[in-house]
Design a protein around this ligand. Structure first.
Ligand code: FES
Ligand code: FE2
Length: 368
């Protein structure tokens, strides 16, 4: 079959893999979106992350509580309810749940009424609060102790500036964009002071240690004789799957943390730090200015490139990667390893593939 004919035919059996990567921590919201005190403390937070809508609130001790946002009674959005003494109250009929998922009040049935078991919420995702963010564990196994975060990454505070936005781009494509170091002269040509001449990524170093990918590189001018002159230096580290640390210069760095909203959209959080040596106020203003410039003039190009790329749910096999894409290749390798591990553990726990003793056990528990 010739290639022209092949490209004209519809793809009958597309090879697609899930966009959501299991067995990982994801940042789902800034801690400041869930204040512990003040008027907003009674307002729960409703968010769509990892393909589901969730409601978050704080219990009486200030710890983050989270459960699916659809009320177990008749599906109203719990995020439109309110927080009362650390419990979440549904806006429709006023049923209430503790942070542990126990249904504690059914106003229509009166005090002391028997609570049907179905009203207790079993599905309560594991959440953690650290580095100014709320994190959710997405997986079947025990969560890892370590978050995808670098200790040196800037956090929301007096001297830094933060920003959040939604990309209409799959998580996979967004993560590729975040780790790409050689697109600048083309995707951002309007901002390129070297007018496309500093296009060669040289030197380029990509190192993988466990689930961390470290890139060090420079964009260089290439002369006629083949010699190069590096003009822009980068350091970009990725804690799989989506914790990014970026160093632009000795005084300017940033952290980026991302979470799939669903298969097509990605939530992006970023924090900039600029150390001017002129005090916290000037640091903060400089960080805000850098952040504003980045998201007003730079990132829209990245977003546009990524949104138009096909397929959105891509794998490394969809690409023809080159040396300068080493980090993207490494990221996809880790992604595959997570998918394999999750599918192996699902098979292990499936009654169809479990060992005979497991099957015996499941039979005897069914007959009880
Ligand atoms: S729908 Fe929530 S209490 Fe009825
Ligand atoms: Fe970019």
């Amino acid at each position: 079959m010739n290639d022209r004919l092949r490209t004209a035919l519809p793809v009958l059996s597309p090879r697609r893999e899930p966009v959501l990567i299991p067995e990982a921590w994801y940042p789902i919201a800034p801690s400041t979106d869930l204040p512990a005190r003040g008027r907003r403390a009674t307002k729960p937070l409703g968010i769509m992350r990892l393909g589901r809508r969730w409601v978050l609130w704080r219990d009486e001790a200030g710890a983050v509580a989270c459960m699916p946002a659809a009320c177990p009674h008749r599906g109203a959005d719990l995020a439109q309810g309110r927080v009362r003494q650390g419990e979440i109250e549904c806006p429709y009929h006023g049923f209430r749940w503790s942070a542990g998922g126990e249904c504690v009040a059914l106003p229509c049935e009166g005090r002391g009424a028997r609570v049907p078991a179905k009203l207790h919420v079993r599905e309560r995702p594991i959440v953690r609060e650290a580095h100014g963010l709320i994190w959710m564990w997405y997986g079947e196994r025990e969560p890892t102790a370590q978050l995808p975060w670098f200790e040196r990454s800037p956090v929301e505070g007096r001297r830094t500036a933060t920003h959040t936005e939604v990309w209409e781009v799959s998580f996979t494509r967004t993560m590729e964009a975040m780790q790409d170091l050689h697109h600048f002269p083309f995707a951002h040509h309007g901002l390129d002071p070297w007018r496309g001449k500093a296009a060669r990524l040289d030197p380029y170093e990509c190192r993988v240690e466990g689930e961390r990918i470290y890139q060090k590189a420079a964009l260089a001018l290439e002369r006629e004789d083949g010699s190069t002159e590096p003009v822009v230096h980068f350091q970009l580290d990725c804690a799989f799957p989506s914790g990014i640390y970026l160093k632009f210069s000795p005084r300017v760095d940033a952290s980026v943390a991302l979470c799939p909203i669903d298969e097509q959209r990605t939530w992006v959080w970023a924090c900039y730090r600029v150390e001017t040596g002129l005090g916290a106020v000037i640091d903060k203003l400089s960080a805000r200015l850098s952040m504003w410039f980045e998201f007003a003039f730079v990132q829209p190009d990245d977003r546009r490139m990524s949104a138009s790329a096909e397929p959105q749910a891509c794998t490394a096999a969809d690409h023809a990667l080159v040396r300068s894409d080493a980090a993207i290749a490494a990221w996809h390798k880790l992604r595959r390893a997570h998918l394999h591990a999750a599918s192996a553990s699902a098979q292990e726990h499936s009654p169809l593939t479990a060992g005979s003793s497991d099957i015996e056990q499941s039979k005897s528990s069914q007959s009880m």
